[in-house]
Design a protein. Structure first.
Length: 147
């Protein structure tokens, strides 16, 4: 789950500027002007609203690390968590940014179809995350209550 989330975060962060450039003809400076403005104007409201929304998903996103802490021996917990975060970070960095150009160049064979490529990455990677968000809390709660 954590790996899927980091893949989605990295590919959107890296490929949003080229997406706006190729799809709408925006120069990088124009993209950054609107991005900066939206972060300043909408950011505080988004953070507050996201805080309320994320409360329902906290158990899902924290289930991986919490489960690792529960099953790891006390003297290995730091190493287990370091490996977990290294794994999800490397997964996000390796698969996220390279998935968009792979689909754009190899499958679609047209760099102007970056909008479709980004949609396919979201479809194939982010939808399983949504499915897991719905399934994991119940399974984790069952595991915790059975001990």
């Amino acid at each position: 789950m954590g790996g899927i989330m980091t893949i989605c975060a990295y590919y959107t962060t890296i490929w949003n500027a080229p997406f706006f450039s190729r799809t709408f003809g925006w120069a990088p400076a124009e993209y950054m002007k609107y991005t900066g403005f939206s972060i300043l104007a909408i950011g505080p409201v988004r953070i507050i609203c996201t805080g309320f929304l994320i409360d329902g998903f906290t158990m899902t996103t924290a289930a991986g690390p919490a489960t690792l802490m529960a099953i790891a021996p006390a003297n290995m917990r730091a190493q287990v968590m370091a490996f977990y975060y290294m794994f999800i970070s490397m997964t996000g960095l390796l698969i996220g940014p390279s998935s968009v150009p792979f689909i754009t160049d190899i499958i679609l064979k047209d760099e102007m179809r970056i909008n479709e490529s980004m949609s396919y990455v979201a479809l194939f990677l982010c939808i399983p995350a949504v499915i897991l968000i719905r399934k994991v809390p119940g399974a984790y709660k069952k595991l915790v209550t059975s001990q």
